[in-house]
Design a protein around this ligand. Structure first.
Ligand code: KIV
Length: 284
């Protein structure tokens, strides 16, 4: 029996100083392979807005869409913890709608949710979600859903004071009950200091080498999304080239009669073929 990664597994990693891995997935087969590869947490990130749906920002994706992708990913995963990003404005208006949306993700297969930000309302949503039985991953530093108020893709925690301010936020998240915290676009020295001062594990998204874990958008990791590559992403493959190569070969084969081959078609039995040929002959 495969042992599912739980909040206890994740805390144990932090307590024993063992690094763990997080990748995004948006569909059944990718999730299945990432799980088979041993990835500990599979995140249905709202990054899917850009890499899977072609939207301009992550703010354009809604609860219904996140739910569909959550269902698909959850079906493919046996071991990893499945975490769904709460999309823009799905938790920011009022507590009851936030809790309804959060619980909806668990009803559709997620094991936990991720929530960006750390204001009083968000802290309350996190606290109540955890009380309802929903594990929450926090997300501070650069928070893409707040891009317009932040004013751009700016590195956060660039000074000693700013680092202390992020640590203070992280402590509040910890107090509210998160089981882990994503630190996005933070200098690695700041992220290290924050990590050293927390009970829960930190997950680096462009926050350097000293967090408890690393997360990457799988389309960046696979080299599938080619419109831009963040400085902190590493391409481990070139899936874009593979898709282009295969599609071009397929196109050529179809247009030159090389696909399908004899092995790739269904055949009539000899008797049926005889009848068909007779019928053909009559018609001619
Ligand atoms: O949306 C996303 O994929 C994320 C991770 C990169 C942290 O939030």
């Amino acid at each position: 029996m495969i042992k599912k990664v739980s909040v206890n597994t994740i805390q144990k990693y932090k307590d024993t100083n063992e690094r763990f891995s997080v990748l995004t997935a948006y569909d059944y087969s990718t999730a299945k392979y990432l799980d088979e590869a041993g990835i500990d947490i599979i995140l249905i990130g709202d990054s899917l807005a850009m890499v899977a749906l072609g939207y301009e920002t992550t703010n354009q994706v809604g609860v219904e869409e996140m739910t569909i992708f959550t269902k698909a990913v959850a079906k493919g995963v046996k071991r990893a913890m499945v975490v769904t990003d709460m999309p823009f404005m799905s938790y920011n208006i009022e507590l009851s709608s936030a809790l309804t949306n959060v619980c909806n993700m668990l009803k559709n297969g997620a094991n936990a949710v991720k929530i960006e930000g750390c204001n009083d309302h968000i802290l309350n949503v996190i606290k109540r979600s955890v009380e309802c039985g929903v594990p929450v991953m926090g997300h501070i530093g650069f928070t893409p859903q707040f891009l317009n108020t932040i004013g751009g893709y700016n590195i956060q925690g660039k000074s000693f004071d700013a680092t202390l301010a992020i640590l203070e936020q992280a402590k509040k998240l910890e107090e509210a009950g998160v089981f882990s915290i994503v630190l996005e676009m933070v200098p690695e020295e700041s992220a290290q200091f924050i990590t050293e001062n927390l009970r829960v594990p930190t997950i680096s998204c462009g926050a350097g080498r000293y967090c408890s874990a690393q997360v990457m958008v799988s389309d960046d990791m696979l080299g599938k999304f080619s419109e831009f590559k963040p400085k902190f992403a590493r391409r481990y493959g070139d899936v874009k080239s593979l898709i282009l190569e295969c599609a071009k070969q397929y196109d050529y084969d179809v247009k030159h009669g090389a696909f399908p081959s004899d092995d790739e078609v269904f055949k009539l039995s000899e008797d049926e073929l005889k009848q068909l040929n007779i019928h053909r002959g009559v018609k001619c």
